[in-house]
Design a binder for this molecule. Structure first.
Ligand code: URP
Ligand code: ZN
Ligand code: ZN
Ligand code: ZN
Length: 483
């Protein structure tokens, strides 16, 4: 059946114009005036935008002795309800486990996804097997590899392993990602705080100051540069890390930064709340920062030194958070945000003038589609693209409350925030998942999106690396060696 979205204003990363959008099956087939179809979707007074892409989620993730509570079904339903039509989750092999086995495990988890999804592969250990399997992982359409520089004794890899993996990424045309925090320093700070009797959630923030993030971001950038690889820094939360990314980009390096909507909007005062549950529910790494850091992140998004707004959606219930009563290091790290990312970013970004509508589309969809090499299949309103589309009502308001959310957890870190601007209709590959603000997502509709290596970026980097490679100087007059 064909569908047409009529009377709306199309907003993409680089244009705003009035036109209808014609959809056949799962694709956009025409954009123009007076288009007709079996089914009409009225977009009067609304913006028609590419569906959001969240490149950083942890659905049903085994972590800190438990599993994150939103699985692929509830997580992607939450995503669609807020206008996100694709998520990228992390396959997480246990130390010693085959990367291919981890892909199988994640494929089993994702069968009931309501929207399209892809994976990043985490490098949680290093050895010949991992080196070899990275090729097969890329052949399966997973072309980005995540490295945790924190979580010592669990997911953390050291510099030696990271440098080896980044070089392998460069060979394969893959994109390395980092969680940038100095895990050794964090581990010592945690023990010191505990020994001093600081066992509450506020100590989580004290144990992960901006400096540990800035240092690790700089280190990862240096290692990527030596390896001839691009670099994507996940959950960039502070000026120190943003500064490192900005400086690297000014030097011409392909380094990308990803603030989370939580870090843009929520600040460190949350950890000083008298209510233990309130503070623990907001424990994530890196922690929320102060207003100066938030200003820096907002500026980076409009200036173009930061490219993507994600959520790192990793939702734990209050009961799970209470594993850490008496020892903040045992509070499962993670917060939710999948269904609130777009409305909150629109409200705090577009409605305040910090972002234009086109910048909003760029940072929620188009930029990451380009970085992950799935543009214009995703992240675009053009003929031939997947019909992942939001019809956005800029006048619609709601107050965020956990009682009305799709996510499986019992609270919402944005509780009480009034948003203005919500998705009225959402299409996922041509299927209606939200109609007149009512969620109609279908479990099992989502498909895996395989990705090709980014040939243009890797060719540019390897050509330059070869051009500036060390070369032996052939000398004529070599003196006899001294004694
Ligand atoms: O606290 C966080 N961010 N939890 C999820 C895992 C990660 O570090 O991304
Ligand atoms: Zn119909
Ligand atoms: Zn992380
Ligand atoms: Zn994460």
């Amino acid at each position: 059946m064909s569908k047409v979205i009529k009377n709306g204003t199309i907003v993409t990363a680089d244009r705003t114009w009035k036109a209808d959008v014609l959809i056949k099956h799962d694709k956009i087939v025409a954009i123009g005036h007076d288009l007709h179809a079996d089914h009409e979707i009225d977009a009067t007074g609304c913006y028609v935008m590419p569906g959001g892409i969240d490149p950083h989620t942890h659905l049903e993730m085994p972590f800190m002795g438990t599993y994150s509570s939103d699985d692929f079904e509830s997580g992607t339903r939450a995503a669609l309800s807020g206008g996100t039509t694709m998520v990228v989750d992390f396959c997480l092999p246990s130390p010693g486990q085959s990367l291919l086995e981890a892909i199988d495990m994640w494929s089993n988890k994702s069968t009931r996804a309501c929207c399209d999804y892809s994976y990043h592969m985490a490098i949680t250990w290093w050895g010949e097997q991992v080196f070899n399997e990275m090729q097969q992982v890329v052949d399966k359409g997973i072309t980005s590899f995540k490295h945790f520089m924190a979580y010592k004794g669990a997911l953390m890899v050291n510099d030696d392993e990271m440098y080896s993996s980044f070089q392998r990424c460069a060979e394969l045309g893959a994109l390395p990602l980092v969680h940038a925090e100095n895990g050794d320093v964090v581990a010592q700070l945690q023990q010191k705080l505990l020994a001093e009797g600081n066992d509450g959630p506020e100590a989580h923030a004290y144990s992960r100051p901006p400096e540990v993030e800035g240092e690790a971001t700089n280190r990862a950038i240096m290692i990527a540069d030596m390896a001839g690889a691009p670099l994507y820094v996940v959950h960039t939360s502070c000026e120190q890390s943003h500064e490192a990314i900005r400086r690297a980009r000014q030097k011409g390096m392909r380094v990308y930064g990803e603030p989370l909507v939580q870090h843009l909007v929520l600040d460190e005062s949350e950890y000083f709340d008298k209510d233990w549950d309130h503070a623990a529910r907001r424990v994530m790494s890196p922690p929320f920062r102060n207003k100066q850091h938030q200003d820096s992140l907002w500026a980076g998004l409009s200036a173009g030194s930061l490219q993507v707004v994600a959520t790192d959606h990793c939702a734990f219930t209050t009961e799970q958070k209470r594993y850490g009563v008496g020892d903040f290091t045992k509070i499962p790290n993670g917060t939710g945000g999948l269904e609130d990312r777009l409305p909150v970013l629109w409200t705090k970004g577009v409605n305040t003038g910090r972002l234009t509508m086109n910048e909003f589309v760029a940072v929620t969809s188009t930029n990451i589609a380009k970085i992950l090499n799935i543009y214009p299949k995703k992240g675009a309103i053009v003929e031939g693209a997947d019909a992942d589309i939001i019809v956005w009502d800029p006048e619609k308001t709601k107050t965020i409350t956990s009682g009305a959310q799709q996510s499986a957890i019992d609270y919402n870190v944005f509780e009480g925030i009034e948003v203005k601007g919500l998705p009225k209709h959402v299409l996922t590959r041509g299927e209606i998942a939200v109609e007149n603000f009512a969620v109609k997502a279908k479990p099992g509709h989502g498909q895996f999106v395989g990705r090709e290596p980014h040939q243009a970026v890797s060719k540019a980097l390897s050509t330059w690396k070869e051009l500036v490679a060390p070369r032996k100087v052939e000398r004529t007059g070599i003196p006899a060696s001294g004694v």
